[in-house]
Write a protein that binds this ligand. Structure first.
Ligand code: AMP
Length: 425
């Protein structure tokens, strides 16, 4: 009989495990990115991590890298084509249409989400195959104040985390009136350039995406490319101006980036990206824009909408780059150490009682001497240690040790919960 050698497993390429203590910071970042949304009337939505593949090919765009190269597709029983979600907007609009949220009350429908997304990208620092986003969508209203609201909320959440070294890039992609005129002009310009086969094909399907090419050799040829800004129709110009005025009035600084088109097909008018200056190549910490045509592309009614997705992993890296350490409250307030079997049972009961009373408490498990147990108490970051031996219990007390001063005082067992609750305040 051959025995298969047990191999050790590692997380798949392009993924990583979130582990304590940094996982606590990660959670706090998610929470901080979502906090301004909760205060602005956005309701929480959760959609499946996989969807009909066609939702993304139709919604995100057949010509995008996300759909052509990066989608994790799954085929079940040879007939059902599913894909792990590469982004959140298409799913949120699909769910809104399915549940008729747009018919239930006043528009816009304001929703926020938090979760993992999947793209089969070449992994590198800040670019993963599974990553985490907090996102927001405001569906069914065309109002420059709504675009401004979302941009301000994103900026507020980055600022609340202490981030400063980033730039907000802004552009307008026009609408179905003016964009085709620009598209044709750009296409004509691109025909005259020396481009590789792939880029040439992209220029035919979606010429705006060539502007997004990161290669220097391509960028160098684009210096004199026609600018969308010069082609915007009057309505788009006015809309764009209003968004900018509202941002300025709210004290949110931005920089014009006429080449900002972003990788998804569905954007119209306002488009924006938050770029951090300390992250190297993968510098976008968040981005979004208006997508007035997406609902119709998915078979729904016209629902002009705007939204964004902020990258939690990259926000974490950006904070690291700026040397920001969040002041997170310790998770354990009290750490109990029992000396002896009987003491262990009594202390265990007290620990349960303390937890039920809302005091975060941990306990030394396993047989370890007092020295090791006190080391664990230290490592837990607890403010207080509870130490009890059989003799203390016979006297009806436990020793309460202040871990910062080292001072130790006996406390009556009966008074323990109230004493610690008071001290915690
Ligand atoms: P996008 O839909 O590409 O604009 O993504 C929105 C945000 O999600 C970006 O600004 C990044 O912060 C983050 N993001 C996108 N793709 C990845 C990835 N592969 N790894 C880590 N973060 C990502």
């Amino acid at each position: 009989m051959t025995e298969e050698k047990l191999s050790t497993f590692t997380a798949p390429k392009g993924t990583y495990d979130l582990l304590p203590p940094s996982s606590a910071t990660f959670l706090a970042i998610r929470e901080a990115l979502a906090a301004p949304l909760r205060r602005a009337g956005y309701g929480y939505i959760e959609t499946p991590v996989f969807e009909d593949l066609k939702l993304f090919s139709r919604g995100v765009g057949e010509s995008t890298d996300i759909v052509t190269k990066e989608m994790f597709s799954l085929t079940k029983r040879g007939k059902e084509d599913l894909a792990l979600r590469p982004e959140g907007t298409a799913s949120v609009v699909r769910a809104t249409l399915q549940a008729n949220l747009h018919k239930l009350g006043n528009l816009p429908v304001k929703l926020w989400y938090s979760g993992s997304f999947y793209r089969y990208e070449r992994p590198q620092a800040g670019r993963y195959r599974q990553f985490s986003q907090v996102g927001a969508e405001a569906i069914g209203a065309e109002d420059p104040a709504l675009d401004a609201e979302l941009i301000i909320l994103a900026d507020d959440s980055f600022r609340a985390l202490g981030l400063r070294d980033y730039t907000l890039l802004i552009n307008s992609l026009g609408d179905k009136q003016c964009r085709p005129v620009y598209r044709a002009a750009l296409q004509e310009f691109l025909t005259g350039l020396d481009l590789d086969e792939d880029t040439r094909r992209r220029a035919e399907i979606n010429p705006l995406r060539v502007l997004d090419d990161k290669r220097e050799a391509v960028q160098a040829q684009l210096t004199d490319a026609p600018r969308l800004r010069d082609f915007l129709c009057e309505d788009c110009k006015v809309y764009d101006e209003q968004v900018r005025e509202l941002l300025t009035a709210a004290g949110v600084a931005f920089t014009d980036d006429p080449k900002l088109v972003r990788g998804l097909d569905y954007y119209t008018r306002t488009t924006f990206e938050f770029v951090h200056n300390g992250l190297g190549a993968q510098s976008a910490i968040g981005g979004g824009g208006r997508y007035d045509g997406l609902s119709e592309m998915l078979g729904g009614p016209a629902l002009p909408s705007v939204g964004w997705g902020l990258g939690v992993d990259r926000t974490y890296l950006a904070m690291e780059a700026e040397g920001i350490v969040l002041d997170l409250p310790g998770t354990t307030a009290v750490y109990a150490v029992a000396l002896g079997e009987q003491a262990k049972n009594v202390l265990f009961a007290k620990v349960v009682e303390l937890r039920r009373a809302g005091v975060a408490t941990d306990l030394a498990f396993g047989v370890k001497g007092i020295k090791n147990a006190m080391k664990s108490a230290d490592r837990s970051g607890a403010r207080w240690a509870l130490v009890a031996g059989d003799r203390d219990l016979a006297d009806g007390v436990v020793q309460l040790k202040d871990m910062t001063t080292g001072e130790q005082t006996p406390v009556a067992l009966d008074a323990l919960v109230t004493t610690l609750k008071e001290k915690q305040q």
